[in-house]
Design a protein around this ligand. Structure first.
Ligand code: TYD
Length: 140
C-alpha cells in the first residue's frame, strides 16, 4: 500500500450560531462501509497508541476534541499527520503501519473501522510488516 492512498478528508460542516454539526456517512464521505467505531480518550501525557498495522482493516480517524499526531509508514517512508479539528479526518487504507502520539489533555480520537475487531488482522512485528509491504509492492 502506498502512502499516496492515505488522505485527509474534509467533512460537511453545518455552521450554526447554536453550535456546529459535522457528519460522516459510509461510502459517501469515507470510502468504506462502517463495521465498527471505537474511541481513545484519557490518554496520559507522553503515551503512544497503535504501533501496528492491519492486514485488511481500513480506518478513518477524527480528532473529535483536542489534538494528536498520527504517524504512518508504508515500510519505506513515513508521514506525520496532525489532527486537531472535528470537521476533517484521516483515511488510512489497510497495510499501513501506524502510531498515534502527542495526545493533548482531554483529546478524544474517534476511529471508524471497515471490519469487526479481529486480532488476527493485526501485524505487531515491524520487520514482518516491512517484509509483507515490500512483497505486496512488488506485485503492484
Ligand atoms: P489496540 O488496537 O492494541 O489499541 P491501540 O492500537 O490504540 O494502541 O487495542 C487495545 C485493546 O483493546 C486490545 O486489548 C484489544 C482491545 N480492542 C477491542 O476489544 N476491540 C476493538 O475494536 C479495538 C480497537 C481494541
Amino acid at each position: 500500500m502506498k502512502l499516496k492512498d492515505v488522505k485527509i478528508i474534509d467533512l460537511p460542516k453545518n455552521l450554526d450560531r447554536r453550535g456546529n454539526l459535522s457528519v460522516i456517512e459510509e461510502l459517501k464521505n469515507i470510502p468504506f462501509k462502517i463495521k465498527r467505531a471505537y474511541w481513545i480518550y484519557d490518554v496520559p501525557g507522553g503515551e503512544v497508541r497503535g504501533g501496528h498495522a492491519y492486514k485488511r482493516n481500513q480506518e478513518f480517524i477524527v480528532a473529535l476534541s483536542g489534538s494528536f499526531d498520527v504517524i504512518l509508514d508504508n515500510g519505506k517512508e513515513q508521514q506525520t499527520f496532525s489532527l486537531n479539528r472535528s470537521y476533517y479526518g484521516l483515511y488510512v487504507p489497510e497495510g499501513i503501519w501506524r502510531q498515534m502520539q502527542n495526545f493533548s489533555t482531554n483529546s478524544l480520537a474517534l476511529i471508524l473501522a471497515s471490519i469487526r475487531f479481529d486480532v488476527a488482522d493485526y501485524v505487531y512485528d515491524y520487520e514482518l510488516f516491512k517484509q509483507m509491504a515490500n512483497e505486496k509492492n512488488e506485485h503492484l
